[in-house]
Design a protein around this ligand. Structure first.
Ligand code: ZN
Length: 409
């Protein structure tokens, strides 16, 4: 990476300075502003920074940040890895990540689903991981099909190896034009967005993880890697018990993708798996924070599929705080709350807070789930007896809670 042209070197250096200034002035972690400054000075900076490296791009509706972290941890077994650990997943964030580790032979980048075609075309990444596609908000239902169509175009005639979840019909369709695909069966607990064939619009017949269109030839490809409960079965039939520190089925699915990715870099599961087990929390997710004798575990849920995952991880014996906002990244429309089945919370003490606590309260009321309404997160915490508590929050609510604890997590 030392052979960067002078202009690119300068752009990259100034970007890093801007990032540092942003951090010291407390405006954020600096990963976006630094990249923006760099791109302003040298629009081709991302391509130049990506050249001569082996890059993995990771895209999905849910699990991108965690899978990025898992694959980074694995590839560190082989050498230095540049990554956007803070989830800044658009080109400015990628520029910043690659600028910060200029010598790293590997790059592992989380990519916003919409930006994947652009970032793939710019970087010519070696591997692309595609895991799941579901809508974030009600008003975006049609968008995910269009997105998958853009993935198809982006993957046509490129020499990129795709690692994709074949249990998700839309992901399968999006990856179907790639010349090289490793199919991984990692399940699809949230099926509400994929009852129709993406190819012809016909009904999909489903049984467990398998699916096939009733009206055309589109059907689930045979996977070479399979997530089987607490283990992953590799293409040779060997079963690897995951035993991760990260909780829940969704993270085991992420780990299956990560193990399949590692193999494309020649890193076998027996070397990759210990690296996956080292990961304990990702950008504050699954971390426990302490206040006045309460231990609060933080779970992020940004959309209906994410809420299902969070419920699966949360401990039914514990009280639970739910916080919902509707600011920029959350989307202003909270109608998706109606898609989530909250009855699973019945019997637990439930505390509702966040900017849109009244929307959530109405939803719980209709579902017949008793709850207590709290003005603020602090008020919800104050209502807890000392001991363990689960907290599920959507994006900006989660970030607010993290900020309150000094982002120590
Ligand atoms: Zn069909």
């Amino acid at each position: 990476m030392t052979q960067l042209p002078l202009r690119a070197q300068l752009a990259s250096a100034l970007g890093r300075t801007a990032a540092t200034l942003s951090r010291v002035t407390g405006r954020g972690d600096g990963s976006v502003i630094g990249g923006r400054v760099g791109l302003m000075l040298e629009p081709d900076l991302l391509r130049k920074l990506a050249a001569d490296r082996k890059l993995v791009l990771i895209s999905a509706t849910n699990g991108k940040t965690t899978t990025t972290r898992l694959i980074t941890s694995e590839l560190q077994e082989l050498g230095e890895v540049a990554t956007n650990a803070f989830g800044a997943n658009m080109p400015a964030g990628h520029v910043s990540a690659l600028s910060q580790s200029k010598q790293a032979p590997f790059g592992v980048l989380e990519v916003d689903e919409k930006y994947l075609p652009e970032v793939l075309a710019t970087t010519g990444a070696t591997v692309v991981c595609l895991m799941n596609l579901s809508r974030d908000q009600m008003d975006r239902a049609a968008e995910i099909w269009l997105l998958a169509q853009k993935w198809q175009r982006a993957l046509t005639d490129v020499d990129t190896h795709v690692i994709a979840n074949c249990d998700d019909p839309l992901v399968t369709w999006g990856a179907s034009t790639a010349s090289r695909v490793t199919w991984v069966s990692c399940g699809q607990p949230w099926k509400e967005d994929s009852w129709c064939c993406p190819q012809c619009g016909g009904p999909l017949d489903r049984k467990d993880n398998d699916w096939a269109c009733r009206e055309c030839t589109f059907r689930r490809p045979e996977p070479s890697w399979v997530l089987d409960d607490d283990a992953v079965i590799d293409p040779r039939g060997q079963r690897w018990v995951l035993d991760l520190q990260l909780p829940g089925r969704a993270n085991r699915a992420n780990a299956a993708i990560a193990l399949a990715t590692a193999e494309t870099f020649g890193l076998p599961a027996d070397r990759a798996l210990p690296r996956l087990r080292e990961v304990t929390s990702v950008a504050g997710r699954y971390t426990t924070v302490e206040r006045d004798g309460r231990s609060m575990r933080l779970l992020l849920a940004k959309n209906p599929a994410g809420w299902l995952e969070a419920f699966e991880v949360s401990d039914p014996a514990l009280p639970i705080v739910l916080s919902v906002n509707a600011q920029g990244p959350d989307g202003r429309d909270t109608s998706w709350l109606w898609d989530v089945d909250y009855r699973i919370l019945t019997g637990r003490p439930v505390y509702v807070t966040g900017q849109r606590r009244l929307d959530l309260a109405l939803r719980l009321d209709v579902a017949g789930v008793p709850f207590e309404l709290c003005e603020t997160f602090d008020a919800a915490v104050a209502r807890q007896a000392p001991g363990r508590v689960d907290v599920i929050a959507n994006y900006t609510a989660f970030q607010q809670i993290r900020a309150e604890f000094g982002r120590a997590v």
